[in-house]
Each structure stands twice: as structure tokens, then as C-alpha cells.
Design a protein around this ligand. Sequence first.
Ligand code: MF3
Ligand code: CO
Length: 250
Amino acid sequence: MAVTIKSPREIELMREAGRILAITHEELAKNLKPGMSTWDIDRLGEEIIRSYGCIPSFKNYNGYPASICVSVNDEVVHGIPHKKHFIDDGDIVSLDAGVIYKGYHSDAARTYGIGTVSEEAKRLIDVTRQSFFEGIKFAKPGNHLNDISSAIQKYAESFGYGVVRDLVGHGIGSHLHEDPEIPNFARRRKGILLQPGMTLAIEPMINAGSCEVAWMDDDWTVVTEDGSLSAHYENTILITENEPEILSLS
Ligand code: MF3
Ligand code: CO
């Protein structure tokens, strides 16, 4: 599948999807507290998304059973919400959400520390977020995809962290996952030349320890192989003639 260039109308719809997703994350952040179950987080997230007339894009996606992926501590991504999984003071919690507005997708993730978290955990969260911003400094026409990937890797690894290889970012639009794949690590080939109108979900997944991950028996939850903490940060962005526009952040 070729990488698509979105029309002005498509971009408008993706802006609206992104705006609603940004609000969803802000509302979830305000409501996160120790003692809450990951199930409660999912219920609240879905309620917010639907209150804006949007569809939670993850629900039933390839059989995924919830609207919000909730991944705690050593869980990297795609954690499944459970009624009896309570979040505790000191946990780090990654929330990944997707919305569909009039047929167009937006995808974004944030990682939060709950209550009092270790300095080590705080640094992992901050570096993961910053690695996204280091990457999108290169999200401009004239650059290649690999410029974004390399910048993310270089920044995260300079802190001794492991950059997850088994999962990548992606193009996004009328489908949640479109071409191109967007690794958070350098590849030998340059990758596509970036062009205005491309919409990309860039999502560094960074481990405090090794980059290796494993899948749990639920076939969804991805965990770090060494049990170290992991953080995730993602936004849907638009390549423009100048600076990229971050669609899922207000
Ligand atoms: N943001 C993730 C991704 O891009 C989550 C989607 S997977 C789902 O792959 F199944 F949980 F929806
Ligand atoms: Co994504």
C-alpha cells in the first residue's frame, strides 16, 4: 500500500479527531488515581470518546477487547483493562487511545506516574516523551523517515535505555495502521521522503533496561523481557511545508 497524501478535507477531519483525542487524554489524566482499576480507566475513556460522537478505534480491532490500552510498569503496550487490576501509588501507567471521527483516525499515548514515583521512573517517562519531540524535529519535507527514527533512538539510547524493536509507529488516516512503518530505531535504508499531507503516528516505546520484549498469554500484553519499566508516548502528526503539526495535542 502506498503512503497517502491527505486532502485538505481529510486533514480537517483528522484535526478534529486529534482534538477530541487530546481532550480524552487530558480528562483521563485528571481522573487517574491510586486504587482505580484499569477497567475504570477504560470505561471512562470510552465514555469520553463516545460523548464526542466518535468511535474508539481499538475496540474489537483484531479482537482487542477494550477502548483504551492500559499498560502498567513493565507492560510496554496493549495491556488489557481488568476489573481487578488496581493501579497503585508509585506505578507508571501508559494509556494508549484511538478515535475515529467521520471515518478518520487519530492515535495517541501518554505515560503517567501515579502518586509518588521514583526518580528513575520519572526520568524514563520524560525521556520517552522527549524522544518523540527529538524525532519530529526531522518531520519535514526534504528529510527521510529514517531521520526521525534515528533521532529517537539516539536520544533514548544516550540515557542507556532500550528502544523496543518489535513494535513500530505507522501511517494513519482512514485506517488506524497505514504505510509507512515508523521504527524508533535507525535502519540502513533512508525510508520514504517526507511530503506535506502525510499523517503519521510516531510512538516511541522505551524500556529502562533491555530492548527485548515478550508477549503474555493473553496474546496482547507486551512486557519487557527483563522486567524493567517501560514508557510509551505517541501523537498523530501532519507533515506540512514547514514545522509538523501535532494533531493529537492541544
Ligand atoms: N496505538 C497502538 C498501535 O498503533 C494501539 C492499537 S492496537 C489495539 O498499534 F489493538 F489495541 F487497538
Ligand atoms: Co499507534
